[in-house]
Design a protein around this ligand. Structure first.
Ligand code: KIV
Length: 271
């Protein structure tokens, strides 16, 4: 049976029917084609782009133009997966007007179906309401929010203490009320993620938040072993591609130096 385009009502239905949601990141056309072919429900063009592709040491420097450029490439490779563009730092934290304009660029220019943005302080909740009213679906992101990691004391598990756990629960309820269609929970205790998931009608997607969420997301470069920097505890490496790439490149170099490549089958002859 041909796969249908994934819509927001489909995701809500999946939660109601206890069907797990899969989400992975992509930053370019070839990876988008692979995720689409595998039937991944949601493709996220994460601002993790900054770390795993652009070589920045955090997500903070990522710009709107960089996100739009990569989201356009990913959009060309997907057909049925829902495409979410991640709003970079300061593209949504200033005013509702600026946020709607930037979120609108993801939809109109880059072809995304929805945007994701981090945090849930009262200003951000109010901005999310305006973006949703403008007709743009929003995915929230709570727990460890990498764009503001410095304020959270670094890249640490959030919500371990009862007060912090209550605060994340309240923020999640506020995001649901503001109109978010889903929320990512990053690096929070499994029991907390499960309790919030049960409390909300909208689906939750976990990364380092245990099995109790409605879906799971990973940074594709981490799970494929393509990114050689720090690997968080919550990442399962499904492949170790950087080792295979190292060996392929080394073989190419050796064969060129030894005159073994190109071989006759790689060469053209005159008639
Ligand atoms: O930027 C990103 O890749 C993300 C995921 C970790 C959810 O926000």
């Amino acid at each position: 049976m041909e796969r249908k385009k994934v819509t927001i009502p489909d995701l809500l239905r999946m939660k109601q029917e206890s069907k797990k949601i899969t989400m992975l990141t992509a930053y370019d056309f070839p990876m988008s084609v692979v995720l689409e072919k595998a039937g991944i429900d949601i493709i996220l063009v994460g601002d993790s782009l900054g770390n795993v592709v652009l070589g920045y040491d955090s997500t903070v420097p990522v710009t709107m133009d960089e996100m739009i450029h990569h989201t356009k490439a990913v959009n060309r490779g997907r057909k049925k997966s829902l495409l979410v563009g991640d709003m970079p730092f300061m593209s949504f934290n200033v005013t509702a007007r600026k946020t709607i304009i930037n979120a609108g660029r993801f939809i109109k220019e880059a072809g995304a179906d929805a945007v994701k943005l981090e945090g849930a302080n009262p200003d951000i909740v109010s901005i999310i309401k305006s973006v949703v009213r403008a007709g743009i679906p929003v995915m929230g992101h709570l727990g460890l929010t990498p764009q503001t990691a410095t304020m959270l004391g670094g890249y640490k598990v959030q919500g371990r203490e009862p007060e912090a756990a209550d605060s994340i629960m309240r923020q999640a309820i506020a995001l649901e009320k503001a109109g978010c269609f889903s929320i990512v929970f990053e690096c929070i205790p499994e029991t907390l993620a499960e309790a919030i998931t049960k409390r909300l009608k909208i689906p939750t997607i976990g990364i380092g938040a245990g099995k109790g969420c409605d879906g799971q997301v990973l940074v594709t470069h981490d799970m494929l072993g393509l990114y050689v920097g720090f690997t968080p505890k919550f990442v399962k490496k499904y492949a170790d591609l950087s080792k295979q790439i190292d060996s392929a490149i080394e073989n190419f170099r050796k064969e060129v130096l030894a005159g073994k490549f190109p071989a006759p089958e790689h060469c053209f002859k005159t008639k």
